[in-house]
Design a protein around this ligand. Sequence first.
Ligand SMILES: C[S@@+](CC[C@H](N)C(=O)[O-])C[C@H]1O[C@@H](n2cnc3c(N)ncnc32)[C@H](O)[C@@H]1O
Ligand SMILES: [Zn+2]
Length: 308
Amino acid sequence: MTQQIGQQSHAICDYEGTSYRARFWEGQGRDYEDLAERNALRRLLPPRGRRLLEVGAGFGRLVDLYGGYDQIILLDYAKSGLREAQERLGRSSRFLYVAADLYHLPLAPATCDTVVTVRVLHHVADVPAALCGIAATLRPGGSYVLEYANKRNVKAIARYLLGRQPWSPFAVEPYEFAALNFDFHPAWMARELRRAGFRIEAGRAVSHFRHPLFKRLVPAPTLAALDSVIQGVGADWKLSPSIFVRAQVVGSGDLRIAPLFCCPACAGGALDEIPEALTCRNCGAVWAISDGIYDFKTPLHPGARPNA
Ligand SMILES: C[S@@+](CC[C@H](N)C(=O)[O-])C[C@H]1O[C@@H](n2cnc3c(N)ncnc32)[C@H](O)[C@@H]1O
Ligand SMILES: [Zn+2]
């Protein structure tokens, strides 16, 4: 689907109602990938902070790794995933559930210490725009831990050299292998991170053993432990299908605790809370808070001066 807020529109890979957890994770033979990703995130995530934002958090699969943070914002376009997370984690001021488009983040500048995206960027057609939005939500010196699908992985290289794959894994431009599913070249991603104001600090190459044969022969925890051993050195080669990076916003500065939200319709208007909604002082848009979920997808009232 295509989302339009203000004047820009972007295609969105819509997970609403897709039962992502049941369909993709539960009993689907991906325990190895889950463990390998957790190992990488544990190594890269700054262990403590006031506020962490996970963009494209889905049903909150990785939330147990955020124990060192005072407040965790789970943001996703799909409300169905957020509702699953809310059922498991409950309602409290520690967890905020935010339905929004990552191209129009409803967060005021410098309000997060850390942002995480895992298994999300491969659905993002305009990564430079997404990175700029994420950089703006981070305080100077804040960290962005991201995962992306690597087009220059060993399997793609072998298939290309054997003539079984037409596209080159060495070409730097993103490759869209299915609608709104992209693989990225590490050099391209590094360049775009720098352009968005990040400095790359550390990386992990992840899921080296993502092959049915390995997964059949070796128990998932053992395979993930082996992967963990080579994730660090593998980051020099980047031949695995998944790459994790920790990047830091250049500079240093304080976190802005409040106000947290701003209006995504006019890109920054201050919001006033009224019962069950937020209203924008600038454009007049009204955003619902329904059943504990801040809903910034479609305004209850659109507002008079979008992009004012
Ligand atoms: C493959 S799932 C990954 C979920 C979670 N990060 C995980 O690893 O379990 C991709 C998630 O990105 C979300 N997503 C995709 N495009 C988005 C957008 N434009 N804005 C916000 N969320 C988006 C989807 O709704 C979905 O929940
Ligand atoms: Zn507004």
